[in-house]
Design a protein around this ligand. Structure first.
Ligand code: FAD
Length: 345
C-alpha cells in the first residue's frame, strides 16, 4: 500500500500532553504525527473549558484553556508536526520485535501508519457524541443519522433535521442550510446555548422562510431499512407531530469514552494504562502512555505531570528510533544545536 505513512512516533490524542510531546521529541530529532477524533487540537482544554483560567501552569500565573493550547501549538511549530484531525485511531497491531518494535496504526478514516513507537496521550479517552435515546436509531446510523459532519458535500440536496441547542447544532444549521434541500432545527425550548450571533442568523433565516425551527423532542423514527423518511416528535404540551426528513443530525454534546484503546492488548487498570515512572512505557515495549490516560503510584491528573512524562518518554523513544546514537543532556538556553532545531540560532 503506497498510502502507508511511515514515521517515528504516532501520538494518540492532541490534548496538551500530546502537543507538548511533539516539542520534547522534536528536540531529539524525532518526527511525530498526531491524531485526534476532535476537529481541533487541545483536548479537554479546548473542548471543555477554552475560556476558563488555569492557574497552575508553571510560569503562567493565569492562562485560559485555549490560550495554553495556542501557546503549545506555537511552541511546537518549528518541528512541523502533522495533524490528522476528525479521525479516531481504531487499531494498533505490533508488527516488529521486542528489540525493534514496529506498529501498524489505523484510523477510522482509513489512514494507516507504520511507526517505530506510539505515545498514547488519550486523556479521558476519545471524545464521542452522546446519542439521543430514540428507539431504533441504530438502524439508520451511517446512512440517515449522523453525529458529526465530516464532508458537507454528503448532505447536498438532503432534507435535514438537526436537533440540539448548542454551538454544534447552530453552526451546522447555518453551514448546511445553503446546500441542503431543506433544514429544520429542533430544540426542546426556545432558548439556545449557542453563540448569540449564530442564533440571530438562524432566526433571520426562519423569518425569511429559508429554513424551519420547531420546538419539541424526537421520540421515534419512521423509514425503510436504513433510509429515514420522517421523525416522530412531541412538543411540550404532549402533542405529537411528524417532520419529513431523510437525514437526522442530533448534536447532544460529547462524552469521553475509552474507546478502541481497550482492544490494543495493553494492560489496563480501571480504564487507565499503567506506565512505569522512568520512561512512561506501557506493558508493551515501544508503546508509551502520558497525561490523564496513564496511572502509576502517586499519579496526579494535572497538565504539568503530563509535560514531565512527555520529556521522559521522549528519551526512551530516542533509543528505539536511533538505537546507535548516544543522547547527551542539553539545555535549550545554552545549546546552539537545540537552538538551531528551534530556528532561533
Ligand atoms: P486530553 O486533554 O483529555 O486530550 C486527549 C485527546 O485524545 C482528546 O482530544 C481525545 O479526543 C483524544 N483521543 C482519545 N482517544 C483517541 C483515539 N483512539 N483516537 C483519536 N483521538 C483520541 N488540569 C490542570 O493541570 N490545571 C487545571 O486548572 C485544570 N482545570 C481543569 C478544568 C476542567 C473543567 C477540566 C475538565 C479539566 C481540568 N484540568 C486541569 C485537567 C486537564 O485538562 C487534563 O489533565 C488534561 O487535559 C489532560 O491532557 P491530555 O493531553 O492527557 O488529555
Amino acid at each position: 500500500n503506497d498510502n502507508i505513512i511511515t514515521t517515528d512516533v504516532v501520538i494518540v490524542g492532541a490534548g496538551p500532553c500530546g502537543l507538548f510531546a511533539v516539542f520534547e521529541l522534536g528536540l531529539l530529532d524525532i518526527k511525530a504525527h498526531l491524531v485526534d477524533i476532535l476537529p481541533k487540537v487541545g483536548g479537554q482544554c479546548a473542548e471543555l473549558y477554552p475560556e476558563k483560567p488555569i492557574y497552575d501552569i508553571p510560569g503562567f500565573p493565569i492562562v485560559t484553556g485555549q490560550g495554553l493550547v495556542d501557546n503549545l501549538v506555537e511552541q511546537i511549530r518549528p518541528f512541523g508536526p502533522t495533524f490528522h484531525l476528525n479521525q479516531m485511531i481504531e487499531a494498533l497491531e505490533p508488527i516488529g520485535t521486542a528489540d525493534a518494535p514496529r506498529f501498524r496504526v489505523t484510523t477510522d478514516a482509513g489512514t494507516v501508519f507504520e511507526t517505530k513507537t506510539v505515545i498514547v496521550a488519550a486523556g479521558g479517552g476519545s471524545f464521542q457524541p452522546k446519542k439521543p435515546p430514540i428507539p431504533g436509531i441504530e438502524a439508520y446510523e451511517g446512512n440517515s443519522v449522523f453525529y458529526a459532519v465530516r464532508k458537507m458535500e454528503a448532505f447536498r440536496g438532503r432534507d435535514i433535521l438537526i436537533v440540539g441547542g448548542g454551538d454544534s447544532a447552530l453552526d451546522w444549521t447555518l453551514n448546511l442550510q445553503p446546500i441542503a434541500r431543506r433544514v429544520t432545527l429542533m430544540h426542546r425550548r426556545d432558548d439556545f446555548r449557542a453563540a448569540p450571533h449564530s442564533v440571530e442568523q438562524m432566526r433571520a433565516l426562519v423569518a425569511s422562510g429559508q429554513m424551519d425551527m420547531k420546538l419539541g423532542q424526537v421520540t421515534g423514527l419512521k423509514g425503510e431499512g436504513t433510509a429515514l423518511q420522517a421523525a416522530i416528535c412531541r412538543d411540550s404540551d404532549g402533542q405529537t407531530f411528524e417532520i419529513a426528513c431523510n437525514t437526522l443530525l442530533p448534536f447532544f454534546g460529547l462524552t469521553m469514552k475509552l474507546g478502541p484503546i481497550a482492544d490494543w492488548g495493553l494492560n489496563l487498570n480501571e480504564n487507565l494504562i499503567p506506565a512505569d515512572t522512568e520512561k512512561f512505557e506501557t506493558s508493551t515495549p515501544g508503546i508509551f502512555a502520558i497525561g490523564d490516560i496513564n496511572t502509576y503510584p502517586g499519579k496526579l491528573k494535572l497538565i504539568l505531570s503530563g509535560f514531565h512524562e512527555a520529556a521522559l518518554a521522549a528519551q526512551k523513544v530516542h533509543r528505539y528510533v536511533y538505537p546507535d546514537k548516544r543522547l547527551t543532556f542539553q539545555y535549550t538556553t545554552s545549546s546552539t544545536s537545540l537552538q538551531k532545531k528551534l530556528g532561533v540560532a
